[in-house]
Write a protein that binds this ligand. Structure first.
Ligand SMILES: Cc1cc2nc3c(=O)[nH]c(=O)nc-3n(C[C@H](O)[C@H](O)[C@H](O)COP(=O)(O)OP(=O)(O)OC[C@H]3O[C@@H](n4cnc5c(N)ncnc54)[C@H](O)[C@@H]3O)c2cc1C
Length: 499
């Protein structure tokens, strides 16, 4: 991609109109690049890449409620609501530890340090410069327990209108800054005369590359977001000698509506196809077996790896199952009647029969699984009567007692599933983004040459295309923050090119 055209000259060209690319473009403009251009291969109605499909969740280091109140628009300081919020600080050590422990210590520590140390300042920049409308994420990250909004899982910020709001804010800021966006413009070659910032996402929307790197079963995974992230950035950068790095056998994937489209996200329902209510119930496959510890950790520490587990099941699907105790706690945006196909039944036998018509082939095992789960829960509560169900903490309410243990435990939030009506929802695996990508300098976001490990002059990278940050799993809300952190850095460095 030349940074010149017959009619105009650009100081910086950004490839990709998502969150990371938009941050990079604005930062480049503010850092002295007089003319900045964003190019995207999508049509205008697909602007924003995966950023559009997000829930707008942003993970950041913070000092507790008082630190973030000034930047959120849904709670006022001193209000009655503010007085009912319990929100622990989330320290740099917490954030660092979350990325490292979920990645089994494989993440590049320098990349992690950069994201963590710049996270809070970058959130402030998004608020002040991009005019991002942050909210406290009551619906996703807090439970109302004993009259108090208790936040859990380290992540508290979302945005008004989720990802749609994120991209609308970026578009407005880019327009105001005079940054052009060319759509229907796929980049096919890199010729860096000035600065080029690659922000063209991962390869999750390419069946061929999923098959090549992740394994043939991944060809069947559904795409949760844009159909345009087909690994072009990797190919383009490799052609100029860039180094690949990171987890090429891993990706972010979630429990996803079985009835969602196959190869693309849906701009209307968007993230509502996510099905993250498994901590409130159990998941059972077509063999009638459970296959993960649904209560292993808070949802936002397990959801990004459970898609892979669903894909491994016979047929690549499963059901989430609840009873009347927990169905009222399911998130409306994911489980309301107009969003998902529900199977209701007045008994477990009836439920098994109905699911048999939809792919459950071992109803006997399904009933056995339900019974042994309920027996184990009952044995635990007999032994530990003082342990109370609390979805806002890891409550230790489990299937494991001295009297009875399951081979596959449910470690927290293990309520019986015995009170009709019963509800089941069919799920499959939705792929979000891929973890392997380009090696960058953590300070400058410069793309590294494979041969020397030195930065390629004028070439930078941010967002999903960066490799080495996440391995195997991912703490929810880190992608938008990481893309913004490296986008800002790339923009600042682009401003230095040619000076
Ligand atoms: C359903 C869903 C929910 C999510 N929720 C969250 C969340 O709440 N919080 C969070 O932190 N993360 C979330 N994520 C992850 C998040 O979307 C990404 O981490 C982040 O948006 C990546 O930004 P990006 O700019 O790198 O890529 P994208 O936003 O995907 O942008 C890449 C752009 O590059 C363009 N492109 C590709 N190839 C070319 C080419 N050859 N030429 C020109 N343009 C090209 C694409 O068309 C696309 O517009 C979610 C993702 C999905 C799919």
């Amino acid at each position: 991609m030349p940074t010149t055209s017959s009619s105009c000259v650009y100081d910086c060209i950004v490839v990709g109109s998502g969150n990371a690319g938009s941050c990079a473009a604005l930062s480049a403009k503010d850092s002295g690049c007089a003319r900045v251009l964003i190019v995207d291969k999508c049509s205008p109605d697909w602007v924003g890449g995966n950023g559009y499909f997000t829930a707008g969740a942003h993970r950041t280091v913070h000092d507790g409620l008082h630190d973030l109140l000034p930047i959120v628009c849904n709670v006022e300081a001193g209000s009655n609501l503010a007085s009912k919020i319990d929100m622990d600080p989330y320290t740099a050590a917490d954030f660092t530890n979350d990325i490292l422990r979920l990645g089994d210590g494989r993440s590049d520590p320098a990349l992690v340090r950069t994201v963590v140390e710049n996270s809070r300042e970058t959130i402030q920049w998004l608020h002040d410069r991009v005019n991002m409308s942050f909210t406290f994420s009551f619906n996703r990250q807090a439970y109302l327990v004993d009259g108090r909004q208790k936040f859990w899982g380290g992540m508290v910020l979302s945005t008004e209108e989720g990802g749609k709001g994120v991209i609308a804010a970026h578009q407005a800021a880019l327009k105001e800054a005079g940054i052009e966006v060319w759509f229907d413009t796929p980049v096919t070659e890199l010729i860096t005369e000035e600065a080029v910032i690659l922000a063209s996402g991962g390869y999750e929307a390419s069946r061929a590359l999923r098959g090549k790197y992740l394994g043939s079963e991944w060809e069947q995974a559904k795409v949760r977001g844009t159909p345009h992230n087909t690994g072009d950035g990797m190919t383009l950068a490799q052609a100029v000698g860039a180094r690949l790095t990171g987890d090429f056998t891993g990706c972010h994937s979630t429990c996803w509506d079985f009835d969602a489209p196959d190869d693309t996200g849906d701009r209307q329902l968007s993230n509502q196809y996510t099905k993250s209510g498994y901590t409130l119930g159990i998941m059972i496959n077509a063999d009638g077996m459970r296959f993960v510890d649904e209560g292993e950790d808070f949802r936002n520490y397990t959801y990004a790896k459970f898609g892979k587990e669903v894909l491994k099941q016979p047929g690549g699907f499963a059901w989430q199952v609840w009873d009347s105790r927990t169905t009222p706690w399911l998130r409306k945006e994911e489980y309301s009647d107009d969003v998902v196909r529900k199977v209701w039944a007045d008994s477990v036998e009836e439920l098994a029969e109905k699911l048999a018509a939809d792919g459950l082939w071992n109803t006997t095992q399904f009933l056995n699984t339900m019974k042994s789960y309920n027996d184990a829960v009952a044995a635990f509560s007999q032994e530990s009567a003082s342990t109370k169900w609390d979805p806002a903490v890891k409550d230790g309410l489990s299937t494991q007692s001295s009297a009875k243990q399951l081979l596959l435990p449910k470690s927290n939030w293990a309520l019986p599933i015995s009170s009709p009506p019963f509800l089941a929802v069919k799920i499959t695996c939705g792929i979000t983004f891929t973890f392997g990508g380009l090696a960058i300098d953590p300070e400058t976001a410069g793309v590294l040459l494979d041969k020397t490990g030195k930065s390629i002059p004028g070439l930078f990278c941010t967002g999903e295309l960066v490799g080495g940050l996440f391995y195997g799993n991912y703490p929810g809300g880190s992608g938008l923050t990481a893309g913004a952190v490296f986008g800002r850095k790339a923009g600042i460095e682009a401003g230095k090119v040619g000076q």
